[in-house]
Design a protein around this ligand. Structure first.
Ligand SMILES: [Zn+2]
Length: 272
């Protein structure tokens, strides 16, 4: 189906934190009204993943499940499709969420991290929308989104919340080996996951602010003890409503004024 892309300023990139629920419907909030669901848009990179648009008070929000990843589509292409739709919709603030492994030995399952930086060890770096910009990643995530997520998480999460951390990005889909986790620890990574890149670059390319909140769902291999599949499953299914509430409440604190300075980190290219 070819559909017209609705205008929206805010976006939620759903990950494993909200995968098990129907987001945002299952929150049953009176200030949420779903406008359309399961809508697929034509993009230059192939059909978009099914997307949902909803109203949150006076804000329009776009959302997608599990980063737009789906069988038969490379994750890089899925991200290009998603961010092309975001750009056309006019998205200005993006919150992503996900589940991560703990590399830092001070972390444990169920800790909540709002990452402040990343190390991209994935092989899918050449993913872009072809716009002529020099993208400065000096301050990768938006300080306003970090502030909003931290404040909300500390008041409603009920577990440990960390307002900084370095996210190492790997390709997946498998988890890392013990030797790889030792390497990640030595590079300065605190957590490991598969989704912060290329999302953080693509957000900068379209001029949108990006921030994210991640739940530690397992110890990385060789850290503390072998992780437990039952516990991972319990976190995966048990904390979804909380993660969803944190994201929605954080949007309530955000404005599209761009005083955060993120857009100044997108410069004109010198390559003509
Ligand atoms: Zn910003």
């Amino acid at each position: 189906m070819t559909a017209k892309i609705p205008a929206a300023q805010y976006a939620v990139i759903g990950g494993s934190g909200t995968y098990s629920i129907n987001f945002p419907d299952d929150l049953n909030r009176s200030d949420i009204e779903v406008i359309n669901r399961g809508t697929v848009f034509k993009t230059p990179y192939g059909d978009s993943p099914p997307m949902k648009f909803f109203r949150l008070g006076d804000k329009s929000v776009a959302t997608v499940k599990m980063h737009g990843w789906r069988p038969g589509v490379s994750r890089g292409a899925a991200s290009q499709q998603l961010f092309w739709v975001f750009r056309e919709a006019g998205i200005e603030k993006i919150i992503a969420e996900g589940g991560v492994g703990s590399v830092n030995h001070l972390l444990k399952p169920r800790d909540l991290i709002i990452p402040s930086d990343y190390i991209d060890l994935s092989m899918r770096k050449d993913v872009n929308l072809g716009q002529p910009y020099l993208l400065v990643m000096r301050r990768a995530v938006c300080p306003d989104i970090v502030g909003a997520l931290t404040g909300v998480s500390e008041s409603i999460y009920g577990g440990r919340v960390f307002d900084r951390g370095v996210y190492a990005v790997t390709d997946g889909r498998h988890f890392e080996s013990r030797a790889e986790v030792v390497m990640l620890d030595r590079t300065g990574a605190d957590i490991v996951g598969q989704s912060m890149c290329p999302e953080v670059y693509l957000a900068r390319e379209i001029g949108a602010c990006y921030g994210r909140v991640d739940i530690v769902v397992n110890y990385a291999e060789g850290v503390i003890r072998d992780w437990d599949h039952a516990e991972l499953k319990d976190i995966f299914y048990g904390l979804s409503s909380k993660v969803a509430s944190i994201v929605i409440e954080a949007f309530g604190k955000l404005r599209t004024d761009h005083n955060c300075g993120c857009r100044e980190l997108r410069k004109d290219t010198l390559l003509k």
